[in-house]
Design a protein around this ligand. Structure first.
Ligand code: URA
Length: 257
């Protein structure tokens, strides 16, 4: 007896999140069983699946509506927790919504949880996250006055980079998240965060260290933002640490205490 749930879970853990069919098809058996038509067969009509896959634009409309209706951070957390349109939810252990002080003036926005974040349900607690926290601490920031979240609230299987579709679907959530926290400064940690928040087409090397105005807030107000290298990149390229150090000191100088 085929254990469909077990096979499905195995596939999901390997990052296969789009199944063509609920039931596996034995193509070998099919080949031998299928009789060769001797007479012309009537034309077959190919029916659509009972539930057609939703288009990304429909999903974006859904997340926009959910995000807009969230009046508090708790509302938003609940809306994200209940949203079934992102397949990464199915493979993650925990949702990673935030860490830190929601009244903070500084908000860091990373890419997506990694393995340790997935386990603990908190952003930037793994090896690279701890390094990022240390850099901010040594630059004189009070970590209790920083708020942290990510573009995606679920760990992508195998820590893969979020797809453009996932970023587009999750964007209304992180935009509303920033709006509800209402910080003075957003620090985009890595290229994915820049793609989500400023629609960046350039790479992080070009984007880092510059100032931006996030203009997606209601009533036309804006929030200052800047970008830094992602700490996972620093682990692979330690020579770039001096750039992050320079960028973080510049931010410290800008925001003061
Ligand atoms: N990388 C991120 O971008 N965010 C985390 O929370 C952890 C690793």
């Amino acid at each position: 007896m085929v254990d469909k749930t077990r096979i499905k879970n195995q596939l999901l853990s390997m990052g296969v999140d789009q199944l063509m069919s609920e039931t596996p098809t034995d193509r070998v058996a099919q080949k031998t069983e299928e009789p060769k038509p001797e007479t012309p067969q009537p034309k077959q009509t190919i029916s659509r699946p009972a539930v057609a896959a939703k288009g990304v634009s429909t999903q974006i409309q859904e997340t926009e509506a959910l995000a807009a209706s969230a009046q508090t951070l708790d509302d938003l957390k609940r809306a994200i927790q209940n949203y079934e349109g992102l397949a990464v939810k199915k493979t993650a252990l925990n949702m990673v919504f935030c860490d830190g002080n929601s009244k903070a003036k500084i908000m860091l926005v990373g890419e997506a949880p990694g393995a340790e974040e997935d386990k603990q349900g908190k952003p930037f607690v793994g090896q690279s996250g701890q390094m990022l926290r240390k850099i901010f601490k040594f630059a004189g920031f009070d970590l209790d006055n920083i708020y942290i979240s990510n573009v995606l609230n679920w760990r992508p299987p195998g820590n893969r980079t979020p797809t453009p579709q996932e970023i587009a679907i999750a964007r209304p959530f992180i935009q509303r998240h920033i709006e509800l926290v209402n910080p003075d400064m957003v620090i985009m940690v890595g290229g994915t965060s820049c793609k989500a928040l400023i629609n960046a087409k350039d790479g992080i090397t070009k984007l880092r260290g510059n100032w931006y105005d996030l203009d997606f807030l209601k009533e036309g107000s804006t929030v200052k933002a800047t970008a830094i290298y992602h700490p996972a990149y620093l682990m692979r390229s330690p020579s770039r640490k001096k750039d992050v150090w320079q960028d973080v000191l510049k931010i410290k100088n800008y925001v003061g205490s």
